[in-house]
Ligand binder design. Structure first.
Ligand code: BTN
Length: 231
């Protein structure tokens, strides 16, 4: 359970700041108002102006590590529902979309027995980078300004019981299937060795993705990049 939150005004990346706290060996949250070098998955940058939620959770999920991205994005979905937002979807593995635009990204980095799970949620961000045509924020979708402290409190309040459930029994992926977007969609899959086009078939119970490539071969993806061809 996350019971401690450490706040910073300005950091390079909350992912790196979090590393300094791993040795305490209990679950914690590191949050910053602004990041100078926020990072996304697959080596991309994460634009982090003031107004967004930049959060890194230090977790010790044991053998359930694989399900942390799912847990983090399901918690964001529940948070957005709490604020009565509509048009919420998850694009595997962990992008949360609002009306088909990305509002939140999740990155999980493993350090020995811990996972640092970074969550970037565009809350009050009006000016999103022009190159991110497919991004949005809560304020953009609703015209409302949100209290960032309250958003953080609710997020942790939603996350904690789900995390507990994950540790004790394992979370049921079926919970999130209603939100999964893109089944049947043709996407580009980028692996370490190759890039290929495939059709998304299903999400498995361990949160891996089942796709069929162009020659009809089924493949299971774990952490490869899945790029949408059309936004
Ligand atoms: C992605 O969609 O590529 C993942 C983006 C994750 C961004 C968050 S913001 C808080 C934490 N600190 C970082 O540097 N990155 C993650």
């Amino acid at each position: 359970m996350i019971q401690e939150v450490v706040r910073f005004k300005d950091v390079s990346s909350t992912q790196d700041t979090a590393k300094r706290f791993i040795h305490r060996h209990h679950e914690m949250a590191i949050v910053a108002q602004h990041q100078r070098r926020g990072r996304g998955r697959h080596g991309r940058a994460w634009s982090s102006p003031t107004g967004g939620l930049y959060l890194s959770l230090i977790l010790f999920p044991g053998h359930r590590m694989m399900l942390i991205p799912f847990l983090a994005s399901l918690s964001v979905v529940r948070l957005l529902e709490h604020y009565a937002l509509s048009g919420i979807a998850i694009h595997w593995p962990n992008d949360v979309l609002l009306h088909d635009k990305k509002v939140c990204g999740v990155i999980c980095e493993q350090h020995k027995d811990s996972v640092i799970c970074g969550i970037g949620l565009n809350v009050n961000s009006i000016d999103l980078p022009p190159n991110l045509g497919n991004a949005t924020s809560m304020i953009r979708e609703t015209g409302r300004t949100y209290d960032l402290d309250e958003v953080l409190t609710y997020y942790i309040r939603i996350f904690n019981p789900l995390y507990q459930e994950l540790l004790e029994r394992g979370l049921k992926v079926a919970e999130a299937l209603n939100y999964i977007t893109g089944i049947g969609e043709v996407v580009e899959v980028v692996t370490r060795n190759a890039t290929f086009t495939a059709t998304i078939c299903d999400v498995n119970s361990d949160w891996s993705l089942l796709v069929r490539d162009e020659s009809g071969v089924s493949r299971t993806l774990y952490c490869q990049e899945v790029r949408r061809l059309v936004w």
